[in-house]
Write a protein that binds this ligand. Sequence first.
Ligand SMILES: Nc1ncnc2c1ncn2[C@@H]1O[C@H](COP(=O)(O)OP(=O)(O)O)[C@@H](O)[C@H]1O
Ligand SMILES: [Mg+2]
Length: 405
Amino acid sequence: MSESAKPKDQPFHENYVAEYIQGLERRVRDLEQEKRVIEGQYLKVDREFASLRAEFERLRTPPLVAATVLDVLEDNRVIVRSSAGPHFVVTASNFIKLEDLKPSVRVALNQRTFSIVEILPSKKDPFVLGMEIETVPNVSYKEIGGLEDQIREVKETVELPLLKPALFGKVGIDPPRGVLLYGASGTGKTLVARAVAHETKATFTRVIGSELVQKYIGEGARLVREMFDLAREKAPSIVFIDELDAIGARRLETSTSGDREVHRTLMQLLAEIDGFDPRGEVKIIGATNRPDILDPALLRPGRFDRLIYFPLPNGAARLTIFNIHTKSMNLDKDVDLKTLAKMTERATGADIKAVCTEAGMFAIRDEREQVEQADFEHAVAKVLPPTRMIEASEFTVKPEKMYGY
Ligand SMILES: Nc1ncnc2c1ncn2[C@@H]1O[C@H](COP(=O)(O)OP(=O)(O)O)[C@@H](O)[C@H]1O
Ligand SMILES: [Mg+2]
């Protein structure tokens, strides 16, 4: 008899018990396995529960009111300006160190009692401030028609001193601290500044003057200060203030509280410009289409001391601009951009761009896929009404005449 047959010889019940025990052991193993799986699931659900509960708590917390400290009184009460506008005299929580409460620090107020419950970090993040740090705006010099002199001048006065300060030291001159781009609107000032940002190796911070006064009421001065702090931190850098006239307009005799606010912003800007070393690592570019209304304080030597005029494009420049803006358009072969450039004598770059878009619209309205010469001619008539041309001609005045130097 073979070995393998042996178990069969065992009595029936022994066999049965052994198998039964084996079966039970298997079952225990299965159940243990199952237990582990369920425990795993339990942990997962538990974690989810905890995170949902945290989210629930988050959603239930009442909002705090953001405010800026204006003054700390002798009895340790604090005057704040809430983000909604009104000023309040409030108390501070005991957990707040009084020495941290200085004017212009941002704080959070309890919604009902308006007590100060938290000091908020002073935000230098430009995205929060609504400024753009344009790391890579997608404009290159190739997309600018004409304006070669202006581009060269901006580069020489802004970029060169930042990247090769030693050169200016050797020659023995101070480069200009700030340059002001001025000319009719649509002549490419913002475009050139953006292209410089794209091609430069310096950090480029851009802020729009009208936004400073409209969006951040009461905060303009603080924003200007923080913007320059940031620029110094990330030096070498270029600060570009577009629509400078919105904060830099000449002061009027009658002043409303809004004017005073704008004035404070301007004073801060002047203080910042005066504070930095002309051979230092921060340069400032301003742009305006109303140089005539700027506060003369801005144009004093040592401030915006280089003016760069953006004229209307001449014939050759208009042709290049037409070429740039029609590059991706499907043009009929009879389209003659030279004639169009001749027709648009007093047009700005922005007008030419509008003409191209409008010509495309005429083609689409006609259900054509190709844009024809007639479309462009209609577009010129539509985009360039005579009044626009007269307005543009105001800027044929040269800067020397404008400021008397
Ligand atoms: N020289 C130019 N070459 C190509 N496009 C131009 C030129 N000037 C203006 N444009 C077009 O007009 C638009 C508006 O110009 P912008 O730079 O904002 O004018 P400004 O800031 O002087 O008012 C630009 O985005 C660009 O498409
Ligand atoms: Mg502009």
